[in-house]
Design a protein around this ligand. Structure first.
Ligand code: CP
Length: 308
């Protein structure tokens, strides 16, 4: 995959799949440049960004905040508990307000899938929308930082063998990653309980037991069991899940030499991933977190270029 040096300019970032391959590779290149200490190409203009998190977050929220500060952006503080959201203000009206008071972009995490459609359809809202996760829909910035992490490891996506394992149907990370990794040429495998598998994933990869793929793939991408999105947890017993579907220490020993473990985090330790594997030599989880800052700097720069 050839990386170009064109400056990327985006109006919004709603899904990863809306990006062209060239834009994806351009963002990966910019993130790598930021990681090596490159300065921003943004003008000296004052930029305002607001982070609107209607669902809890540690990594996405705080790494956006670090990225914004590194780029010299003024962050408009927002908290659902102290804002007029507590008086019944709708998402639309919150974003309308942010746009009216001068926010150039809003980073939004919301429980409702596709929440962004009414915002981008508005004739009055002019602020750019960066999707920080919509329900079980999409998580484009996580997808891009995952792509950066895989690219750093292997230098390409073509013909990489990647297993995405666990709570597939509730995972916006899985949804974004399967589409992009398939498009970029990776061979995908899906593992996990049949209850959380959907036949629509056949378009992207092959569904197999974890023991059939763990010694074959370059990347074991483990997913968090999303208890908060389950109607009831009848199928769930922590120890049983770990034994049947988790990446156990014994399974990790079967992985190919040089193969890596990824997880978007937070990790349910000893559920989808053994506690001692989280910071093991095979794990790239902390690298994913660090890469989040640099990828989000690249995304913010591209969005704010789009406002120029
Ligand atoms: N990976 C991820 O989105 O983590 P947070 O929910 O903490 O942002």
């Amino acid at each position: 995959m050839i990386i170009t040096s064109e400056i990327i300019s985006l109006k919004h970032l709603l899904t990863a799949e809306s990006l062209s391959d060239q834009e994806v590779m351009g963002l990966i290149q910019r993130a790598q440049e930021f990681k090596q200490g490159a300065p921003s190409t943004l003008s000296q203009e004052q930029y305002f960004v607001s982070n609107l998190f209607f669902e809890n977050s540690t990594r996405t929220h705080k790494s956006f905040e670090v990225a914004e500060k590194k780029l010299g952006i003024d962050v408009i503080e927002f908290d659902t508990k102290t804002s007029s959201v507590s008086k019944g203000e709708s998402l639309y009206d919150t974003v309308l307000t942010m746009s009216a008071i001068g926010a150039h972009a809003c980073v939004i995490r919301h429980w409702e899938e596709d929440y962004y459609n009414e915002l981008i359809d508005s004739k009055t809202i002019t602020t750019s929308i960066i999707n920080g996760g919509d329900g079980s829909g999409n998580h484009p910035t996580q997808c891009l930082l995952d792509l950066l992490t895989i690219y750093e490891e292997y230098g390409d996506f073509e013909n990489l063998d990647i297993a995405i394992c666990g709570d597939l149907s509730h995972s916006r990370v899985a949804n974004s990653n399967m589409k992009m990794l398939k498009r970029l040429g990776a061979n995908l495998y899906f593992c996990g309980p049949t209850e959380w598998y959907n036949k629509k994933y056949e378009a992207y990869g092959t569904y197999l037991p974890i023991d059939d793929v763990v010694n074959q793939v370059d990347v074991m991408m483990m997913l968090r069991v999303q208890h908060e999105r389950h109607d009831e947890d009848s199928i769930f017993v922590k120890e049983d899940y770990h034994k049947a579907y988790g990446l156990t220490v014994a399974r990790a020993k079967e992985m190919k030499e040089g193969a890596i473990i990824m997880h978007p985090a937070p990790v349910n330790r000893d559920v989808e991933l053994a506690d001692e594997l989280v910071e093991s030599y095979q794990s790239r989880i902390t690298q994913q977190m660090s890469n989040g800052v640099f990828m989000r700097m690249a995304i913010l720069e591209a969005i704010l270029h789009g406002k120029a």
